[in-house]
Design a protein. Sequence first.
Length: 308
Amino acid sequence: MGGFVGIMCLLGIGIAMFRRSPQAFLDGPSEDMPTRLLRWAVGLLSAQRAEWGQAMLGELDYLDGRVRRLRFTLGCVIAALLLPPWGRAAAGVWAMIAVAVGSIGLYASVAIRYRLNAGDWVWAAILVLLLAGYLLAAGALLRRPGVAVPGLLGGLFVALASLTLSGFTFYGVIGTIPATWEKLVLMIGVPLAVGAAGTLWGRDPVIGRRVARLAAISGGLGLYLYGTLAVAVLGAGGPPEDTGWTVRYIVSDRLGSNLIHDLLMTTLVTATFGWAGAAAARRRGGSPAPTLPGPFIPPASPDPQQEA
């Protein structure tokens, strides 16, 4: 399964790189890394904090030394990421925080109920770090204009497409093994559609790529919460287990499978093929229509009588 996912990701990256403009590879970086990183962080700020961002960029210009510039930039980036967003971005961030906290709470309750081993608590620590990284990435994407609504809708579409094949039942989530064509639809067709829709929505392939990444994170979080809830309800029940494993081992295996499949594989594949779909749709509607030059109007010649 891991090798199949790797091949699919490489295929998606190949499609995206083929469709991407070659000018992006020919143009070299015109600014140093701290300046580019700080400009990225300033772009995450709301209009109410735009002056603060410009002040930080101005202050960076007066700093000498690579270490000093990088230290100052990292501090500004952390501040920009931790500042509460505004409007739709704030609603999206709080919704994803609620899903992440709910997932951690369910994992902990299952681990305590079935008295899982220390190794499962190590996975719980990894889960917390992984979810924290996802929330920071989602917070950065939600602050971008034109990304919040299509990105969250795309994540809902990814989650619903996966749950549809399992019949929306806890038993199906735990025991359903998709057929080959179903895997191809979920791993290729759905992400490509999300990325292409994001490009067409924002008329920009950059927005399409951001939409695909946000959809990958939000969809993966939703699926993981649903899968963890299924384990909490069913425990070792549900699909028959003829392997002779203990109840504790079955529950631990299901928790680990959810983490790997929903949070890692689904997110990675969706983001990769969503990027490819956004790049493939750039010629259809991703580039704004060029502005045609108006007719040339020669300047009027001065009137000799007025000059006199």
